[in-house]
Design a binder for this molecule. Sequence first.
Ligand SMILES: Cc1ncc(COP(=O)(O)O)c(C=O)c1O
Length: 387
Amino acid sequence: MTTTAPGRFGVYGGRYVPETLMANLIALEAAFDDARRDPAFQAEFAQTLAHFVGRPTPLYHARRLGEAYGGQVYLKREDLTHTGAHKINNAVGQALLARRIGKRRIVAETGAGQHGVATAAACARLGLECIVYMGALDCERQRPNVERMRLLGATVKPVDTGSRNLKVAINEAIRDWIANPENTHYLIGSVVGPHPYPLMVREFQRVIGDEARAQFARVAPRPDAVIACVGGGSNAMGIFAGFVDDPHVELFGVEAGGAGGATAATLNTGRPGVLHGALSYLLQDQEGQILNTHSVAAGLDYPGVGPEHSFLKDTGRAKYEVVNDAEALAAFRDACALEGIIPAIESSHAIAFAKRLLARRPGLCVIVNLSGRGDKDLPGLLAKGLV
Ligand SMILES: Cc1ncc(COP(=O)(O)O)c(C=O)c1O
C-alpha cells in the first residue's frame, strides 16, 4: 500500500517518543514482522476472527436507505461482530501478538468504549491482565461500555484531567507504558501512535476491506465509492485497504464536524504536527497547543488522525468530508426507521455523508462501513433528548 519509507507514509508517521520506549517499539516491529510471515500465527488469527469475532460480517444491501437517498447503499456490518464494533479485529490481533512476545499485562485507551470492551474481551480469552484508561466525560456518555469492561475483568481507570476524553486517556496509557515497558504491551485502538502501530493496526483491520471487496464482486465488479467515518481512522483504513489500489473506486473519510464551531475535523481544519508519537494532521493553535475538540460521537472526538490518512489526503487518493452532530443524528434515525438497524453514532457520520453524496450525484452505488452498533449510545442520547 502507501508506505514510502519504513514507518512513514510520505512525510507522515515516524516515531516521536521518549528514548525509553524505543527498544519496545523496535522489538514490537520485529515481532509483528515475524508474526505476519508465520503461517501458524496467521492461522490462529483467522480462526479467532471466524469463531470468536464472528467473521465474515455480511455486506448488506440497504434497499430502503438507498431508495430514500437516491442510489444504492451497501452496509459492511461490523456492528454484527462480537462486542459490536470493528475494534475487536485489531484487539484480538494485538492480544495474540502480546502473548507471543510474553507480555501478559495490557494497557489500552478508549473513547467510545468499544476498543476498551474489545480489548477486555480479547484479554479475558487469553488470560491477560487488562487496564483501560478512559476519559471521565466518555465514562459518563458511554456508561454501558464501562460496565461491560468491568464484567469482562478489566480495570477501568477514569481520567479526570484536561479534556476528559480520548486524548487524555491516550496520554495516561502512554505514561503507564513508559513506566512499565518490560511486562506491558500498549494495545492501541486505532491507526495512530508511533511506528509500527499505524501499519500494524491497518493490517489487523484490512480484513474488513478484503471481505467487502470479495463480497461486492458477487454483485458487480466494483462500487463507485467507499465511505467510512474517521476518528483515529482504523475502520476507514481497514475498509480502504481493500479498494485503495483500484483507482475507479472513490474513497471518502468522514470527520466529525461537531456543533457551533467546536469540531473534531482534524484533516479539514488542522495542520501537520506531532501528537502521541507520530507526525500527522493535528488540531492546534498558533503556538502548537492542542485544541479542544467536540463531537456527539466519543469515538470521533480526537484532535489527531492516523498518519496514513494525512498521506491519502495530500495525495488526493482519498477525500475527507465533514458531517456535523445534527446530520449524524438524522442519519442515525434514518437507519433505525428504514433498515431496522441502530448504528453507532460514529458510523452515523458515514451514513450521513452517503446521503449528501447521493443527493449530489444520484444513482451512485456506495459501500458504507457500519463500524459499530449504537446500543452504547442510547442512554447518553436519550438523556439529552437527542433521539
Ligand atoms: C463504532 C466506532 N466507529 C468508529 C470509531 C472511530 O475509530 P476509528 O477511526 O479508529 O475507526 C470508534 C471509536 O471508538 C467506534 O467505536
